[in-house]
Design a protein around this ligand. Structure first.
Ligand SMILES: *Cc1c(COP(=O)(O)O)cnc(C)c1O
Length: 373
C-alpha cells in the first residue's frame, strides 16, 4: 500500500469521530480516505465502541474450537449478505490472510496450482497474496514467492480466457482495482471470467477487500454484473479498525475446519466490532448512501477543469491528475484539512466513510478545485 508521510510536518492524530480525525493541536481533518477504507461507518461509531466495551468486559478471548455467540452471530451476518451459494464463512485477521485462505482452498479443491491474476492487481503482502500482487516494487528482494502465478492484462476478456486452462486452480480479481488506480472492470469482463473459470473447473475469487460492504453503492462491487464468484474476500471496512477479515466460500471449495486456521481469527472482541459495524451499515442505509453521495461526488468531480479522468463507483473514486498526486494530497491535507489517498503516482483516491453527506462532497470538490489550479 502506498504510504503518505509529511516529512516536515507530520500530522499526529489523537482522536476520531464520524468522518473527522483530530490531531494533537486540535485541528480537525475530514478523512476522505477513511484511513484506507477501514472507517466504513465513521471513526469511533458509538454502537461499535459500545459493542467492543461490552465484549471486552465479558470475554476477550477463547480458543476458536469453542463456539461463542458473538462469533457465530458474525458468521450468520456475513452469510446473510454473502452472494448466493457462498455459505461457508472463514474468519481471519487481515486482508492478505483472507486471500491466502482463498488461494489455499482453491488449490486444495481443484488439485491444481496455477493461479491467474491481473496486471495492476493488489492482493496483499504475504508470500501467496504477494505472488498474486502485480507490482514488482512490492516483490523485489522477497523471492522466491509462492509459485505458479501468471498475470494478464486487466479488463481484457480474451487475454484472461487464453490464460485459463485445465491446470488453473483459480482466477483472482478485484472488480474495481483499488491500489492499481481505481480501475473498474467491465461487466463483459466479469461475465467472461465467470464463464471461463466454470468451463475449466477453476475457482473464481473476487477480492472485495477494498470494494466490498457497500462502498460502491451495492453490497458487493461485482453485483451489478449479475454473476457470483466461488470465493469472496472481505476485510478493510469490516471491523471499524479491529483486525478482522473473511473468506466466503462455495460448498465445493469449502475445507474441513482442521485444514486451515489461525489462533486469533474471529476472536470475540473483533467479532463484536465487526457485527456492530455490519449492523450499522444495514440500519443506517449506508449502502444506499454510498450510492447517492458517491454519484453526486462523482458528477461534481467531473465538472472540475484539472483532472484527466474520474473513475469508480459509489464512494470509491479515483481522480487521475496530470502530475504527481502526492503534491496535491499534501496541499489538501495541510491547506484544506482534507485527508485523501494516492492510488499509484497520478491518482487521487477518495474513499470516505460511507456516512458522508453531499456537504462533505462539496467541501472536497471546492478544495480540490483550488489545489488542482
Ligand atoms: C488492502 C488490500 C489487501 C490487503 O489487505 P491487508 O489487510 O493490508 O493485508 C488485499 N486486497 C485488496 C484489494 C486490498 O485493497
Amino acid at each position: 500500500m502506498s504510504g503518505f508521510v509529511f516529512s516536515q510536518k507530520p500530522i499526529e492524530i489523537e482522536s476520531g469521530a464520524g468522518p473527522y480525525l483530530t490531531d494533537t493541536n486540535g485541528t480537525q481533518y475530514l478523512d476522505m480516505g477513511a484511513s484506507y477504507a477501514v472507517a466504513s461507518v465513521g471513526h469511533g461509531h458509538p454502537a461499535v465502541v459500545q459493542a467492543v466495551k461490552e465484549q471486552a468486559e465479558e470475554l476477550l478471548f477463547v480458543q476458536g474450537s469453542y463456539p461463542v455467540a458473538v462469533r457465530e452471530a458474525l458468521r450468520e451476518k456475513l452469510d446473510a449478505i454473502a452472494p448466493g451459494g457462498l455459505d461457508n464463512v472463514w474468519l481471519a485477521n487481515s486482508g492478505t490472510e483472507a486471500n491466502e485462505a482463498a488461494l489455499k482452498f482453491a488449490r486444495h479443491a481443484t488439485g491444481r496450482s496455477k493461479i491467474v491474476a491481473a496486471n495492476r492487481g493488489f492482493h496483499g503482502r504475504t508470500m501467496g497474496s504477494l505472488a498474486a500482487t502485480w507490482k514488482e516494487k512490492y516483490k523485489q528482494g522477497f523471492g522466491p514467492l509462492a509459485g505458479d502465478f501468471v498475470h494478464v492484462p486487466y479488463d481484457d476478456p480474451d487475454a484472461l480466457a487464453a490464460a485459463v486452462d485445465e491446470e488453473t486452480a483459480a482466477v483472482i480479481l478485484e472488480p474495481i482495482q483499488g491500489e492499481g488506480g481505481i480501475r473498474p472492470a467491465s461487466t463483459a469482463y466479469l461475465e467472461r471470467a465467470r464463464e471461463v473459470t466454470e468451463e475449466a473447473g477453476a475457482a473464481l475469487i473476487f477480492d472485495e477487500i477494498q470494494t466490498g460492504l457497500g462502498r460502491t453503492g451495492t453490497m458487493w462491487a461485482h453485483e451489478p454484473a449479475g454473476i457470483a464468484p466461488d470465493v469472496l474476500t472481505v476485510a478493510k471496512g469490516l471491523g471499524s479498525g479491529l483486525p478482522v477479515s473473511a473468506t466466503l466460500v462455495a460448498d465445493w471449495i469449502a475445507e474441513d475446519p482442521g485444514n486451515h486456521g489461525s489462533t486469533f481469527s474471529g476472536s470475540p472482541i473483533v467479532a463484536a466490532a465487526a457485527g456492530a459495524t455490519l449492523d450499522v451499515i444495514e440500519s443506517d442505509g449506508l449502502v444506499e448512501n454510498a450510492g447517492t453521495v458517491g454519484g453526486y461526488l462523482k458528477s461534481r468531480l467531473e465538472e472540475l477543469e484539472g483532472p484527466r479522468e474520474v473513475r469508480g463507483d459509489g464512494l470509491l473514486l479515483g481522480v487521475e491528475v496530470k502530475r504527481g498526486a502526492n503534491r496535491h494530497l499534501k496541499h489538501l491535507a495541510l491547506d484544506h484539512q482534507i485527508l485523501a489517498l494516492p492510488a499509484g503516482r497520478t491518482v487521487i483516491r477518495l474513499l470516505p466513510p460511507l456516512i458522508v453527506s453531499e456537504t462533505h462532497a462539496d467541501e472536497t470538490v471546492a478544495a480540490l478545485a483550488e489545489v488542482l489550479e
